[in-house]
Ligand binder design. Structure first.
Ligand code: TYM
Length: 336
């Protein structure tokens, strides 16, 4: 079976180092080998409180970041989720295959809803079903994501499996999509609290490196990143109870395109100050070109809008026949 890559990023604030190392950098690598669909998940951004006056600009920001990372909108598709109606239509059909019990187990819902479960939106609860629809609308097979999305991908597989069993005699009407979670940066943690993942929603900007940060901000954030008092170990096993060291070493390994063991054998025995100095230099040289490219793209919003329009047209053409087949499979009467 041919592989088809799909992934998406929510337009909720400036993208950070976790998004970049966990997802966007992988997208750039995969596009040379596979056909890819890169989507901006604006419908997902509506599942939590958001500013409607900023959503369009945040969407352009993700498009600009995609381009800055080298994604090629001619060979692949870059588009907005809300511009392709098939995502929401298929999500409804898949809502009828997904089971409450499966959604109840989603840890992201539990975390995001917190204590006020009763007041969480239905959209937040059904969020993983829309994710499944995003992927299955194109029969995509591979989904590059960070570790935090792995459980949602398992759910997408469960939904596809049940749909196939109920409506396609167990045939592979929808392929079971596979999560591609790679490398030492699949779970980048907060610089302030290494027990939490780096996140756009963290109130402290010191907890994350943003793709628009300047050299000084990068240096300041890494210098102030939380550490522990012991020297750095020279093997991975010794990182087990050292979340801060593990996070910073994982970042350095990812940015140096090294295995963690190789980074450790280079810097093990030294202190955090040398590690931080090298990390700052690596980050500055990796992020500066991204920052400049993002700014250049954002200076021409009309070009971004045109690119998204073109991507949406091409995505609609791909999704339409699959949605029609799906409607037929579940017994809906199609207008002919
Ligand atoms: P989002 O917008 O939260 O994150 C975008 C991508 O960045 C990854 N990521 C991280 N990776 C490593 N360390 C971190 N700290 C970190 N934080 C975020 C995420 O895993 C993701 O790959 N629901 C998705 C968007 C989505 C989607 C989809 C993804 C919608 N439909 C279909 C795949 C397939 C989300 O909110 O990602």
């Amino acid at each position: 079976m041919r592989s088809l890559v799909f992934s998406a990023v929510q337009p909720t604030g400036v993208l950070h180092l976790g998004n970049y190392l966990g997802a966007l950098k992988q997208f750039a690598q995969l596009q040379s080998l596979h056909d890819c669909l890169f989507c901006i998940a604006d419908l997902h951004a509506m599942t939590a409180p958001y500013d409607k006056n900023r959503l369009a600009d945040e969407t352009r920001m993700v498009a600009a970041a995609f381009l800055a990372c080298g994604l090629d909108p001619k060979r692949h598709l870059i588009f907005c989720q809300s511009a392709v109606g098939a995502h929401a239509e298929l999500a409804w059909i898949l809502n009828c295959s997904a089971r409450m019990g499966w959604l109840e187990r989603m840890t992201q819902f539990k975390e995001k809803a917190g204590k006020s479960r009763e007041r969480a939106s239905v959209g937040l609860y059904a969020y993983p079903v829309l994710m499944a629809a995003d992927i299955l609308a194109y029969r995509a097979t591979h989904v590059p994501v960070g570790e935090d999305q792995r459980q949602h991908l398992e759910l997408a597989r469960d939904i596809a499996r049940k749909f196939n069993a109920d409506f396609a005699n167990g045939e592979s009407f929808f392929p079971l999509p596979r999560a591609c979670v790679m490398g030492s940066a699949a779970r980048v943690m907060s610089l302030k609290d290494a027990s939490r993942k780096m996140s756009k929603s963290d109130l402290s900007p010191m907890s994350r490196i943003e793709l628009t940060d300047g050299d000084e901000a990068i240096a300041r954030k890494i210098q102030r990143a939380t550490t522990d008092p012991a020297p750095l170990p020279d093997n991975e096993a010794a990182l087990k109870n050292r979340p801060e060291a593990r996070n910073l070493i994982g970042l350095l390994a990812a940015l140096s395109s090294e295995e963690t063991e190789a980074t450790l054998s280079r810097i093990g025995g030294g202190g955090f100050s040398d590690l931080k100095a090298e990390l700052i230099a690596r980050l500055q040289s990796e992020i500066a070109p991204l920052r400049r490219a993002i700014a250049e793209r954002l200076a021409h919003p009309e070009q971004l809008d045109a690119l998204l329009k073109d991507g949406a047209e091409r995505a609609r053409a791909k999704a339409r026949p699959i949605l029609e087949e799906t409607k037929e499979a579940v017994g809906l009467l199609l207008p002919r």
